[in-house]
Design a protein around this ligand. Structure first.
Ligand code: 5AD
Length: 351
């Protein structure tokens, strides 16, 4: 099957975003066929360490935005991170994701370089993904040289006008340039969007798919938008609409994942944690729709309720050990093979 949107008419794609029942089963069936052919039926694990919630950005949807004064800020120490890395290694996760808010100062940048350098030295086989936002090209280069293999930077939406509304202090072109720079530097590059954003249309989602296809990234992580009451995006009306459309947003996210698998083929697709806000088995449903990566949290329990990008985040009363067992069991029960002890690089990148 040829890679691309040309196999469908754009109209069909828009229609497919909202299918349910038997039609949705057909869509997932096709996505699974493509998954089996392109990437197999293994599910790869990445242990995610949310190591700091300081942020210089003011994205209007995000709970840890700079202006939210109700957040208790934290920045994990090196020893705490080393403990998490040991856990990841022993659990056999194969890859780590280092995530934080966006900080540009030298202290933060040097700290991150040190952490990546440490992983390279002590755990040379571990896949290292950084997800700490926008930096200048030269710093991405340094991180790459220090041992980072992958970078996750969601574009959040490919609609320039919606992007501007959601990121009053951000710039679409700058973020996009970061993604292109990361590709040039030889990272496996991951991006993604949020589905169900206030003001987002189905046409926007079709454009997002086109954006992914045209820019040819290696990995995708996406999830549904979830309200956070301490953010300017959430008015009474937005909250009501979101509550009313919950199941629609959830379904659309799954359909979007299935379409990504069908169109983008051999890429890695992570099942976003926010899906579990809508359904306790949300992430497993995403795997059944075509995703092939899960990112169980390794963040120490004491920090989890301080890293709330959105409300009702799952697993905040759990620790890394519990998340490991739970995820492993759920993935197996969903009929997939959890792959431990391997990095699980994007086959798309390799090819
Ligand atoms: N709902 C869902 N996802 C969110 N993110 C940030 N805020 C929210 C929210 N309110 C996502 C963004 C970001 C990722 C780390 O978390 O897509 O890139």
């Amino acid at each position: 099957m040829e890679r691309g949107i040309c196999i469908f008419k754009i109209m069909d794609i828009k229609k497919l975003l909202t299918v349910d029942g038997g039609e949705q089963e057909d869509l997932f069936g096709l996505a699974n066929k493509v998954r089996k052919e392109e990437v197999g039926e293994n599910i790869y694990f990445r242990g995610i360490i949310e190591f700091a919630n300081f942020c210089e950005k003011d994205c209007v949807y995000c709970g840890i935005r700079k202006s939210n004064e109700n957040v208790e800020r934290f920045w994990m120490g090196e020893e705490e991170i080393i403990e998490c890395l040991r856990f990841i290694h022993n659990a056999g996760y194969g890859s780590v994701v280092l995530q934080s808010g966006e900080l540009q100062n030298d202290k933060f940048k040097n700290f991150l370089l040190d952490v990546v350098g440490y992983i390279q030295k002590i755990y040379p086989d571990m896949g290292v993904t950084v997800s700490c936002g926008e930096f200048e090209y030269d710093y991405y280069k340094k991180l790459r040289e220090a041992g980072a293999h992958r970078y996750l930077l969601r574009i959040e939406t490919s609609s320039r006008s919606l992007f501007k509304k959601l990121h009053p202090d951000g710039d679409f072109e700058t973020r996009y340039k970061c993604l292109l720079g990361l590709k040039e530097l030889g990272y496996q590059v991951g991006t993604g969007i949020m589905t169900g954003l206030p003001g987002q249309t189905d046409e926007d989602l079709v454009e997002d798919l086109k954006f992914f296809l045209e820019n040819d990234f290696d990995m995708y992580g996406l999830g549904p938008y979830v309200v956070h009451e301490d953010t300017p995006l959430v008015t009474e009306n937005v909250k009501l609409e979101w509550e009313k459309n919950r199941s629609e947003i959830f379904n659309k996210t799954l359909n979007f994942i299935a379409l990504m698998r069908i169109i983008l083929k051999d890429v890695n697709i992570a099942a976003g944690t926010a899906l579990d806000v809508f359904d306790p088995l949300g992430r497993m449903k995403a795997l059944k729709a075509g995703a092939n990566v899960v990112m169980p949290s390794v963040t120490p329990r004491m920090y989890r309720d301080k890293y709330l990008l959105y409300q009702n985040k799952p697993c905040i009363d759990e620790d890394a050990e519990k998340c490991k067992d739970c995820m492993y069991n759920k993935v197996s029960a969903a009929g997939f093979k959890p792959m431990l002890g391997v990095r699980g690089d994007s086959l798309h990148f390799k090819s």
